[in-house]
Design a protein around this ligand. Structure first.
Ligand SMILES: [Zn+2]
Length: 82
């Protein structure tokens, strides 16, 4: 199923509009493309956004993301910091 891509898409981490034309920082997850304003935002997204954040909508989003990560990569996560 094709995803509708606009000329700009909000960065999923900081909501900055990102030009999709010629975008280099793109990640596909759950069949959806995500565009990032900076490598740091993509890293956060790929890491599951484990930075300290207030609970609430954002927390639930991270929980969902963590579950998606666990499904995709296993629950052990990256081994760099063990
Ligand atoms: Zn960003």
């Amino acid at each position: 199923m094709a995803q509708m891509i606009r000329r700009t898409e909000p960065c999923p981490i900081c909501q900055m509009p990102v030009k999709t034309d010629g975008a280099k920082l793109v990640t596909k997850r759950d069949g959806k493309l995500y565009f990032f304003c900076a490598p740091g935002c993509r890293d956060k997204f790929l890491a599951g956004g484990r930075a300290a954040k207030p609970k609430g909508r954002w927390g639930r989003f991270l929980d969902r993301l963590a579950r998606a990560n666990a499904k995709e990569f296993g629950s052990s996560g990256p081994t760099c910091c063990g």
